[in-house]
Design a protein around this ligand. Structure first.
Ligand code: PT1
Length: 286
């Protein structure tokens, strides 16, 4: 397993097989963070959480200052910067770990780049004003996520003709925009956006056909942890979704997911290690 370092490593080690699957640990710093109840809003507990994730072999820490779960409302640039940037600085000065910043705002991206972020994770795939330009001026990685609609209303009536083809077409267009703006394809990670303008059935179709996103030749990220696609199927509250989350993440990894975005780092690393132990006897899965 890679332990970290340069940006190039972050991407190249996501290119291929199981041994290079990376675990992205979620560090939410929004007061309404959907499954940690805002308990890591405060700086010190956030740093403790980071330390624990590193002890459990996390590969990337994902910091988000805007809630994007269904129904979430917008936050201001200033609020987001205050939530995210001091923590980024503190993590980068204390730990040798990759940090991704979950934001859709060009101003936040600029600050994140200045203070050493290794990846921009954008649920709006750099569609907001100024984002392509800011990211093009750096050389860090970018995760382009698919979403239908906007967080506040995206779950009201999601509709697709062919969800996989829609997502693939969105990816092609965003990759093209990135390349035309001077962002190399080699810097990109794709994410079909589980729970973002998708019914439960849509989400399971995306999971079932996850391998199709690999046809674009880029690393793919899967974020299913504790989401309502797990809770609604199993009738579990947000704190009872660990087993379902692990199972769904493993299904994604078996179809080629390069990064899994999770709340439960230790448990996810354990689950991956079981899959790795099996896979060394089965070339078909590696
Ligand atoms: C994700 C993701 C993200 N998810 C990336 N970034 C969230 N790249 C935030 C629910 O249905 O999947 N990929 N950043 C969190 N968003 C949600 C969405 C949380 C839906 C919960 C749900 O419960």
């Amino acid at each position: 397993m890679m332990s970290k370092t340069t940006q190039t490593n972050l991407i190249t080690s996501t290119q291929n097989q199981l041994n290079n699957v990376q675990v992205m640990g979620i560090l939410n710093v929004t007061p309404d963070s959907f499954s940690d109840g805002g308990q890591f809003t405060h700086f010190d507990s956030a740093l403790k959480q980071v330390e624990k994730m590193i002890d459990n072999n996390v590969d990337i820490i994902d910091i988000g200052g805007e809630s994007t779960r269904p129904g979430a409302v917008d936050v201001s640039v200033q609020d987001e910067i205050v939530r995210v940037i001091p923590l980024l600085k503190a993590i980068k000065s204390r730990f040798d770990i990759n940090v991704s910043i979950d934001t859709s705002k060009a101003e936040v991206m600029g600050e994140a780049i200045t203070y050493g972020a290794d990846m921009i994770n954008d649920v709006r795939a750099l569609q907001n004003t100024g984002c392509l330009e800011v990211v093009a001026q750096s050389d860090i990685a970018v995760c382009l996520m698919h979403m239908q609609g906007m967080p506040r209303t995206m779950q009201e009536n999601p509709e697709y003709n062919d969800i996989i083809e829609d997502i693939l077409e969105f990816f092609r267009q965003r990759i093209d925009c990135c390349e035309r703006s001077g962002i190399n394809k080699e810097r990109l990670v794709l994410d079909p956006g589980f729970g973002f303008g998708k019914t439960v059935a849509h989400n399971y179709e995306v999971l079932a056909k996850f391998a199709q996103f690999k046809t674009l030749g880029l690393p793919v990220l899967a974020g299913v942890s504790r989401k309502s696609m797990i809770g609604n199927l199993l009738n579990r509250d947000v704190n009872e979704r660990l087993a379902g989350s692990l199972a769904a993440a493993i299904v994604a990894v078996q179809q080629g997911a390069n990064i899994i975005r999770v709340h439960d780092v230790q448990e996810s690393v354990d689950a991956l290690n079981i899959l790795k132990a099996v896979t060394q006897y089965n070339q078909l899965l590696s």
